[in-house]
Structure formats: structure tokens, C-alpha cells
Design a protein around this ligand. Structure first.
Ligand code: ADP
Ligand code: MG
Length: 729
């Protein structure tokens, strides 16, 4: 029978099986089936892990029947059959009601599939599906490794195994599978052919078979992904943009002259890079990553100034109103009269800085929009409100997205679309991105990194305060805070929740971060500490007499702004806040950050929060207060955050604690997705090599014309859900 990858499964398998595969597992074609890889492999004498199974897991286990007893039920008519199966040290009860399973005899081996339940403290399967391995079974079961597939109630693992076998028999081997990978790439990296890898993956005889197959199959995933991204980079490079060359004697020079500090070497280098790229007529697509406090804003501002000097407009998109307002204030202050062109005390040679946010009064917003539309506002700063219809630019030359991890690609693109021609794009993030993620999720952007913090920074020392184990430390923490305030410094106290006035639990009007702490100890914990409660307790207790204020997302934007200003002006000593202060907030005089219920926050969130202190010349202190035991996994995670301020290290830790699927933007379960085996954490080298090959393959005019197999894989990924996940990541 002629079979290829696009052949529908019902032509190869029975109609019932094919239908069940389609509806319950989403497998429609031969390709789908072959790319439905075993999750793991069972080996006789190795399945001793029944004890590790969790109640509620749906699993398939390979085990031997040890004991079968049938007795009448006490309360009801009928019989109860209990079968003990086991392997090595572990054992498990199977329970059948009114069933006669004459084939379940002592000594028989079989695969048992079902949902793990519990009865009188021991784990059991009630009415599992099973498949006994008997002498007249085909040689499949004699194999050293039995593949265990992701299965469903309708299609068990052994049905999938059987189907793969059927396909093999019908097609006379996997020879029909065309290998998309060019021979020379295979040779260069020592990879087996695709048919060989598929055979090893589905029907291995040893663990080495599986390893070799995995390496090859991961290559397919990595290369296809990198080709997609490289093609996107190439397409972007062909777009017609507008060059915005540097001009002397304009805003940029004024900014440089007004800066109260010397740029760091990194800021200068990245600045040169950006200046050169803005001068080209292909739009820049660049990611600027840099530690919290590394001074990305000024780098962006200088690029914006260059564009304004060249006659264009620059837009800065910020994730929160607090941050947008802070940027607008800071930039206006730095530009002085040059940022107030058209006003009485403004310099006519300058431009206007306008702020556009959703909470502005209609009249203010109308005026801002008009200035954006007629081009008199060279620098436009705003929140999501910038993306709305009705915000039209006269000549948008540069889009800057601050804290990119708070936005999706659609938002970047929505703003980009407001240019007459594609504008230059600079996205910034302080969430350090492990190299692999940078190469995949952000693979269509060029990357610049600010590694150095401005010198003269005091640095932050961090400690965990385990209140259950060391109750006295908390009192000491508040004393330290008072000492800092006495020395003229300021402090943040961050809590996970707002408190009584919120109707809906945990609601924040600022876009929430998606990397909350993993909930690893069930749902019956006390509710997280709340800003309003904690502020009250501090006011009447350990921080009595200090000037204390609260900040959270439920305040009106005007109130938020006023309180933030008061804190920035040192009219407040302590700001008790939610994570509204997480991103970007810049008050150099703040030196203490106390995070309450620190275990409720994710790794990168804690790192961001810590970045709010020691932004000036004074040393900072970050205290992570938590009730979890130090020895627990969560306790150790906190200890790790306290012990290093290396953002890249922490990003790795974060990647370990979050599931990788979350990093790629969606649950890993996406069945028809392009990425099944590739691990962003473990396959860094492989991804790097694939990226180099992808770039080389696309370097010539012919693109993938000589590699139709690869072109097809790329096309398949493009229609795949995963590609859309990547877009949103
Ligand atoms: P981030 O990269 O986290 O966005 P910011 O741009 O907010 O950091 O900068 C943090 C602080 O450092 C700001 O107060 C800024 O004015 C200051 N800063 C930036 N560059 C320098 C420098 N070269 N020397 C000293 N201070 C600097
Ligand atoms: Mg910033």
C-alpha cells in the first residue's frame, strides 16, 4: 500500500481506531501518529515505582499478576475480584466488580491502564483496562522496552503501539518517510536518518536507541523553529523603512549635555549600535536586555532623541500608568525647555513630550492626540492607550516597548502599524532571558545586552527571614528599616494582595505578571498578606511614627500618581504596596525592600522587586519574609534568590521552577505542536547549532528552494498552533 506522511489514518488503521485517535488524541494523519512519541518506556523488572504514582494520575504500568481473589460483595449482589499486581518492591491492587477475568492468572505480565485511586490507604486501580502479554502475542511484547504513549480513555497505549506496528507492516518499514534534513547537515552533526530515528523512537531495543533518536528528532524541531525565525528576520530586513541619521546640535546633544552622570561603557556601546541601525533604511528590530537598574531608559531616550532630530516621532510604550508617568516626568525634566516647544518658556528648536494614558480626562487626551497627529509631539509616552484607534502619528519613526515581557507581539505590531512606513523597533526587558529562550521566543530580534550596572551603586544584600523558624528576625527587620529611614533613606514593603476593599480575590488593575509562585502546598493556606492590613499593623506597631503610605492598583490613576510623586519627593518614608512597584519604578533614595509572603512570588518577580532598591549610591537591603520552612523546595528557591543577584542565573532557576510550556506561552500539551522533545533548558547547545545552520541555509537568494523537505516542515509549523503560541510569548 502506498503510504506517505499525509495519508489519513483511517486508510491504514481500522475506522473505529482511526476515529478514536482523531477525536481523543487529535491524530489524523500518518505524520501525526509518527510524531506522537512515547512518553517513556517500560522495562520488565523496572516498574517498581507504583509507590510514586499520585492519586488521580492516569497511567499505564507494566506489572505481573501476583494474586487473584474473588469473593461475593457484602452489601450488594455480585462479586468483587481483587488482583494484586507488582514488580520488584512495589505492588498495587486492581479491583473489578462482577467481572470474570479468567485470563488474569498469577504470573501473567500485562500493561494496566487507568486512573490511580485510593482505598483504605493503599493505591488501587478500579476497573483498569489491561492488556496481557501472552505467548501468542506478537514479538512486540518480547522487546526489551515497551513504549508507553500519551493515551486517552478511548485509545490506550498498547493500541497506539499496535497501530504503529500496523503502519510499519502496511508500508513495509519507514522507508517512505522522506528525510527533510540535508545529508550534509546530518553528517556534520552525526545524526541518524529520520526513518531510522522514528524506528528507534517507537520500537527501541535499548536506551541508547532512544537517546540517538531523541537527538535527531530534537534537531528537526530546533531547525524548523530556527528556520521560521530566520525567515522572519530576513523578511523584516527587506522591509522598506526610513533612515533616521544622527544630527548634531539637536535634542540628542542636549540630552547628553543634561545627563547628570557619565554613560557606562555598555550604554555607550549599545548607543552606538542603535545609532548606526537607526541610520539605515531597513527597520531595526532589537531587544535590549539588561539587569534591573542597568540604565536602559537613557539608552532608549537617546535613540528617541536621534529620531526626533531626524524629523520623526518616537513612541514609548510602558506597561503601567505609574511607569508611563514616571518616564514622562523624567524625560521632560531631562529635556528642560527643549521638551516644551510651543510653550511660553519652551525652546522652539525642541519638541513636545506628551503622555497618553487611558485614565486621562477626555479633553487632555484630545489635546495629546492632536499633538501626536500634527507631529508637534516628537516624544509620545503612554500605556495601552497608545495602541488605540484614533491615535495617529504624523511620522512615527521609532517604537520603544519598555518591559517587553508585559506585552505580546501583537501589541508591538499594533504600534508598529501606526507608522507610514515600518518604524524602527526597540524592545527592552529587565527579565533576563536565558540564551535558549532568546534564540527561540525572541529569535526574530537582534539582541543587545547591558551587563554592567552604573558604577557607584551600593549593591543590594538580600536575606530570607523565615518567620516560623526565627520569629525574632522579623522584629530585627523592622528595626533595620527604621535605621535606614533615620539615615534619610526610604523603604518599600510589598505584599501579595491589596486587602479588604477588593471584591474579587487578587484583583489588580495593572496587568498581572504570569510568573506567580508555584502553588506547591495545596489550597488550604491562609490568604496572602494584604497591603491594607499590613500597613495598619505597621503604623500602629513596629513602624509607628514613620510617614507611611499605601499604593496599589485599586487607587485611581491620579491618586497613584500623587502617592508615587510624594514618595519620589521623599515626603513619604515607607510605601506599602502591591507589585505595582514591580516594574521600572525608580526612586534612587529607596534602600530597603521588604517582601512579605515572599514565597507567593515567582523568582523573576522577586528579582524585579529587589531591583527597586539601591538604584542610587547607597547600599540596599532586600528582606524576603516567609513562613515556609527553609528546607522546603520553596524555601530553597528563596534562599537561591537571596544568594545571587545574577539575573541570568535566576532566569535559569525560574525556568526550572516554571514549566517550560509556560515559557513558550502555552501548556506543553499542545498535541499538534512543533515542539515535543526539545527542552529550552537542556538543549542549549543543540539549539545554538540549529540556529547557525538555519542562518546558513537562508543566507543565499535561493532560500529553501533546494530543500523542499525542510520547506514543507517550516510550512507545517507555520500552520501549527505552536507558531501562534510563539507569537504571543
Ligand atoms: P532600568 O534598566 O532598570 O530601566 P533605569 O533606566 O531606570 O534602569 O536606570 C536606573 C537608574 O540609574 C536611574 O535612576 C538612572 O537615572 C540611573 N542611571 C542610568 N544610567 C546611569 C549611569 N551611567 N550612571 C549613573 N546612573 C545611571
Ligand atoms: Mg526600566
Amino acid at each position: 500500500m502506498a503510504v506517505d506522511l499525509t495519508t489519513e489514518l483511517h486508510k491504514v488503521l481500522g475506522p473505529k481506531t482511526a476515529k478514536a485517535m482523531a477525536t481523543s488524541l487529535g491524530l489524523h494523519t500518518v505524520r501525526d501518529l509518527l510524531r506522537h512519541y512515547p512518553r517513556r518506556y517500560a522495562k520488565r523488572g523496572e516498574m517498581a515505582r507504583l509507590d510514586d504514582l499520585q492519586v488521580g494520575d492516569r497511567v499505564t504500568v507494566l506489572a505481573q499478576v501476583r494474586r487473584v481473589t474473588t469473593r461475593p460483595m457484602r452489601q450488594r449482589r455480585g462479586t468483587l475480584t481483587e488482583v494484586t499486581v507488582g514488580d520488584g518492591a512495589g505492588s498495587m491492587q486492581l479491583v473489578f466488580f462482577n467481572a470474570r477475568h479468567s485470563r488474569l492468572e498469577e504470573g501473567a505480565w500485562g500493561l494496566f491502564a487507568g486512573t490511580v485511586g485510593e482505598y483504605r490507604n493503599s493505591k488501587q486501580f478500579a476497573h483498569p483496562d489491561f492488556h496481557l502479554i501472552t505467548g501468542d502475542d506478537d514479538e512486540d511484547w518480547a522487546r526489551a522496552l515497551i513504549p508507553l504513549y500519551p493515551a486517552s480513555k478511548e485509545v490506550s497505549s498498547w493500541v497506539i503501539q499496535r497501530s504503529v506496528k500496523l503502519l510499519l507492516d502496511a508500508a513495509g518499514g519507514f522507508g517512505f518517510v522522506q528525510d527533510p534534513l540535508p545529508e550534509e547537515i546530518r553528517a556534520r552533526h552525526g545524526l541518524p536518518s529520520l526513518p531510522a530515528a522514528l524506528l528507534d523512537k517507537h520500537r527501541p531495543t535499548s536506551a541508547e536507541d532512544v537517546d540517538r533518536a531523541d537527538e535527531r528528532l530534537k534537531w528537526d524541531e530546533a531547525l524548523t523553529l530556527q528556520l521560521t525565525l530566520a525567515a522572519r528576520r530576513r523578511a523584516a530586513a527587506l522591509e522598506p523603512g526610513t533612515a533616521r541619521p544622527r544630527r548634531a546640535g539637536g535634542l540628542l546633544d542636549a540630552v547628553d549635555a543634561a545627563l547628570p552622570f557619565a554613560l557606562t561603557e555598555g550604554q555607550r556601546d549599545v548607543g552606538e549600535e542603535l545609532a548606526a541601525e537607526l541610520d539605515r533604511d531597513t527597520p531595526m528590530h532589537r531587544l535590549l536586555q539588561g539587569e534591573v537598574g542597568s540604565g536602559k531608559t537613557v539608552v532608549a531616550l537617546r535613540a528617541m532623541a536621534q529620531v526626533v532630530d531626524a524629523g520623526g516621532q518616537a513612541a514609548l510604550l510602558a506597561p503601567t500608568e505609574v511607569l508611563a508617568a514616571q518616564h514622562a516626568r523624567g524625560i521632560a525634566a531631562l529635556l528642560g525647555p527643549l521638551g516644551r516647544a510651543g510653550e511660553i518658556d519652551g525652546d522652539p528648536a525642541g519638541t513636545r513630550v506628551v503622555l497618553l494614558t487611558g485614565s486621562q480626562r477626555a479633553a487632555v487626551r484630545r489635546e495629546a492626540r492632536a499633538a501626536v497627529a500634527d507631529g508637534s509631539a516628537g516624544i509620545v509616552i503612554g500605556t495601552h492607550a497608545l495602541l488605540q484607534e484614533g491615535v495617529d502619528f504624523a511620522d512615527l519613526g521609532l517604537v520603544v516597548v519598555d518591559e517587553q515581557h508585559r506585552f505580546g507581539v501583537e501589541q508591538r505590531d499594533a504600534l508598529r502599524a501606526k507608522g507610514n512606513r515600518p518604524p524602527h523597533v526597540l524592545v527592552m526587558t529587565a527579565t533576563p532571558i536565558p540564551r535558549t529562550v532568546a534564540m527561540t521566543v525572541y529569535g526574530d530580534l537582534e539582541i543587545s545586552t547591558l551587563r554592567q550596572l552604573p558604577s557607584g551603586r551600593g549593591g543590594v544584600s538580600s536575606s530570607v527571614v523565615p518567620v516560623k523558624e526565627k520569629p525574632a528576625w522579623l522584629g530585627r527587620a523592622w528595626e533595620r528599616l527604621r535605621e535606614e529611614v533615620a539615615a534619610g533613606r526610604q523603604a518599600y514593603v510589598v505584599c501579595p494582595r491589596i486587602g479588604e476593599l477588593e471584591g474579587e480575590k487578587g484583583a489588580e488593575d495593572e496587568p498581572g505578571d504570569d510568573d506567580g509562585a508555584p502553588a506547591d502546598d495545596g489550597g488550604d493556606r491562609r490568604p496572602p498578606l494584604a497591603v491594607l492590613d499590613v500597613a495598619e499593623q505597621l503604623r500602629s506597631g513596629p513602624l509607628a511614627g514613620l510617614r507611611l503610605d499605601v499604593l496599589h492598583g485599586k487607587l485611581t490613576p491620579d491618586e497613584k500618581d500623587a502617592r508615587m510623586r510624594a514618595f519620589a519627593a521623599a515626603e513619604t518614608d515607607v510605601l506599602v504596596a502591591t507589585t505595582v512597584v514591580e516594574v521600572g519604578v525608580d526612586v534612587p533614595n529607596a534602600t530597603v525592600m521588604v517582601v512579605m509572603d515572599a514565597d507567593r512570588f515567582g523568582v523573576s518577580q522577586l528579582h524585579q522587586l529587589r531591583g527597586r532598591v539601591a538604584r542610587g549610591k547607597h547600599a540596599g537591603l532586600c528582606l524576603l519574609v516567609s513562613e515556609v520552612p527553609s528546607a522546603s523546595a520553596t524555601g530553597q528557591r528563596l534562599a537561591a534568590v537571596a544568594s545571587t543577584s545574577d539575573g541570568f542565573e535566576l532566569a535559569r532557576l525560574d525556568l526550572e521552577t516554571r514549566r517550560e510550556g509556560d515559557v513558550l506561552g502555552a501548556a506543553q500539551s499542545g498535541r499538534r505542536s512543533g515542539i515535543r522533545l526539545l527542552s529550552l533548558l537542556e538543549d542549549e547547545e543543540l539549539i545554538a547549532r540549529a540556529r547557525a545552520e538555519a542562518t546558513a541555509l537562508l543566507a543565499t537568494e535561493r532560500g529553501l528552494a533546494d530543500h523542499p523537505g525542510l520547506a514543507m516542515e517550516v510550512a507545517a509549523l507555520a500552520t501549527d498552533e505552536r507558531a501562534q503560541y510563539l507569537e504571543k510569548a
